[in-house]
Design a protein around this ligand. Structure first.
Ligand code: NOJ
Length: 570
């Protein structure tokens, strides 16, 4: 396949302030992407060496999960220094070299900001530990006295998202708050020093040429820390859709959080083009887009799409809501099928029935044996879902390895697990390591081309069959499907409108069918029965077509030559 000529530069100019509105952003989990020095850990020079592959794939930007100094208590989301590179992953010079190479190739770089908590190795937390109760150094975090006669009970009933209480006691008897692992103390965002420091961090990376930020736990910063702290009682279990819609939860999705992001926006807007951010906010659908407003971060991850069953009605409803909500705040929607926190979607779709989060966790605990996955079905559905996602208006976030059709590694040995969820849940949740196994680049060799010294999580023996090298040039492969889809997308994407086709007559059961401006349409058959192929010249299909039928679990892109759809998209 003629994909190896010089990479196509991004269609947007370097000063295009709107580049992110319909971008394809590739998520790199740096420790698992490419290892340049053979220590088994992916690193920044490894990323740089593979940037031509990403330019060739046709993405617009790369988002790097944390690469900062970290003791890896939570895969790098425990940051010891927000303005440096972990020495195991490289140096700031390596980072600058990566940015320069990306820019030469027409790629933008985004980094992950983790503002809810630092690592307990952060100088501020170390200082807080040395300071006395009530000292200013403790006020950057959340230290409180305990309850009980001797303060031996945690200050509240707040749970950690990784299991166990959200409080840990220090030597002098006070407790500190950590909504995640004990090695991840929560910042006190009521403290102006914390706010200022994050502005400095945003400037630090923006000055180095970073185009945008992914904001970790964006909905957690503004807690109600007034005395007396409120117990959660029956609000303990965390369900995004069950959070109060008036922002009254003591911990999550409080309205005051948006004031923080208005401050960030002012920092972003001092740059040309303005920097942009996408919020990771696990909140109810109706509250999500507040994070994406023009005076806020810009975009918010739409996890409803990831969580929806591959069912035409459910997908259609999810898409409609996401598009309408985004339009309301002048943003665009995002589309995500996988990331470093969820079971890879090939495997989710390979499981029978309606496999939602809890079922998938139970499946992982059987090491992926029960129920038996049908990988061929999962791959077919994943290909159909990819072409659906990439046809939608807004930005698609592609998780590394998704373009290779990687499945979850569900049978990792318990002894190899690194995710704090495994230990903190007392073995009830196996955790997220199975989607973080280092990528296979070559069909053979040490760690399949990931690096020369093995890999920090073991790769399955058959991993070579998924290697980029094995798929490149094979027209039927996942990789070539993604390359072709991204190439076409650049030529086709016009504006942000979408119109459902066939609104006069009911669409056949299981068919999702819509038009985009510029004369192209997408039809996804999300059912077990073939349907009639809609009219148009076939541009790309996720599975072979025969005659004028659209086979089960297949998406097709068609050119219609019709005039643009209306701006409203309705
Ligand atoms: C969300 C990140 O994606 C996840 O990996 C991490 O464990 C939590 N936030 C805590 O930072």
């Amino acid at each position: 396949m003629p994909h190896h000529d010089s990479p196509t530069p991004s269609s947007s100019s370097p000063h295009d302030a709107d580049w992110w509105r319909q971008a394809v952003i590739y998520q790199i989990y740096p420790r698992s992407f490419a290892d340049s020095d053979g220590d088994g850990l992916g690193d920044i020079p490894g990323v740089t060496s593979r940037l031509p592959y990403l330019a060739d794939l046709g993405v617009d930007a790369v988002w790097l999960s944390p690469f900062y100094p970290s003791q890896l208590a939570d895969g790098g989301y425990d940051v010891a220094d927000y303005r440096d590179v972990d020495p195991r992953l490289g140096t700031l010079d390596d980072f600058d070299e990566m940015v320069a190479t990306a820019h030469r190739l027409g790629l933008k770089i985004m980094v992950d900001i983790v503002p809810n908590h630092s690592s307990d190795q952060h100088v501020w937390f170390q200082e807080a530990l040395r300071a006395a109760p009530g000292a200013a150094a403790r006020e950057r975090y959340v230290f409180r006295d305990g309850r009980g006669d001797d303060g031996e009970l945690p200050p509240t009933d707040w749970p950690s998202s990784f299991g166990g209480p959200a409080w840990t006691r220090v030597a002098d008897g006070q407790w500190y708050l950590h909504l995640y692992a004990p090695q991840q103390p929560d910042f006190n965002w009521d403290n102006p020093e914390v706010r200022e420091d994050f502005h400095d961090t945003l400037r630090f990376w923006s000055d180095r040429g970073v185009a945008g930020f992914r904001v970790d736990v964006a909905h957690g910063l503004a807690k109600d820390l007034r005395a007396p702290l409120r117990d959660l009682g029956d609000q303990q279990s965390y369900q995004p859709d069950a959070l109060p819609v008036d922002g009254s939860h003591p911990l999550w999705d409080r309205d005051a959080v948006h004031e923080i992001y208005r401050g960030w926006r002012q920092v972003f807007n001092t740059y040309d083009p303005p920097r942009f951010a996408v919020a990771e906010a696990w909140v109810g659908t109706s509250r999500r887009m507040a994070y994406a407003s023009a005076d806020g971060l810009g975009q918010a991850f739409n996890f409803d799409f990831l969580g929806a069953r591959l069912d035409a009605d459910e997908m259609r409803a999810t898409i409609e809501t996401a598009l309408a909500d985004a339009r309301d705040v002048g943003a665009t929607s995002t589309w995500v099928l996988s990331n470093h926190d969820v079971v890879r979607h090939v495997s989710r779709y390979a499981l029978p029935g309606d496999h939602r989060k809890r079922d998938v966790e139970a499946w992982l605990l059987t090491d992926g044996r029960e129920p038996a996955p049908d990988l061929a079905a999962g791959e077919r559905k994943a290909r159909a879902a990819a072409l659906l996602m990439l046809a939608l208006p807004g930005s698609a976030y592609v998780y590394q390895g998704e373009e290779l059709g990687l499945p979850e590694v569900a049978d990792l040995d318990r002894a190899d697990l690194q995710d704090p969820m495994w230990v903190r849940s007392g073995g009830r949740v196996k955790g997220r390591d199975g989607c973080r196994v280092p990528l296979p680049w070559t069909t053979e060799g040490t760690s399949f081309g990931f690096g020369s010294g093995g890999s920090w999580l073991p790769q399955p023996s058959g991993w070579g069959r998924y290697a980029a090298e094995a798929q490149s040039g094979d027209a039927g492969s996942f990789l070539e499907l993604y390359r072709e889809a991204l190439r076409l997308r650049r030529t086709l994407v016009a504006d942000e409108a979408l119109a459902w086709a066939g609104s006069q007559e009911p669409a056949p059961q299981g068919l999702l069918h819509f038009e985009r401006a510029g004369g192209w349409r997408t039809a996804s058959n999300l059912s077990d029965e073939p349907v009639r192929l809609p009219q148009g010249e076939v541009l790309l299909a996720s599975a072979p077509l025969t005659g004028d039928t659209l086979p089960p679990w297949t998406t097709v892109w068609l050119r219609t030559g019709a005039a643009s759809v209306s701006r409203s998209g309705r």
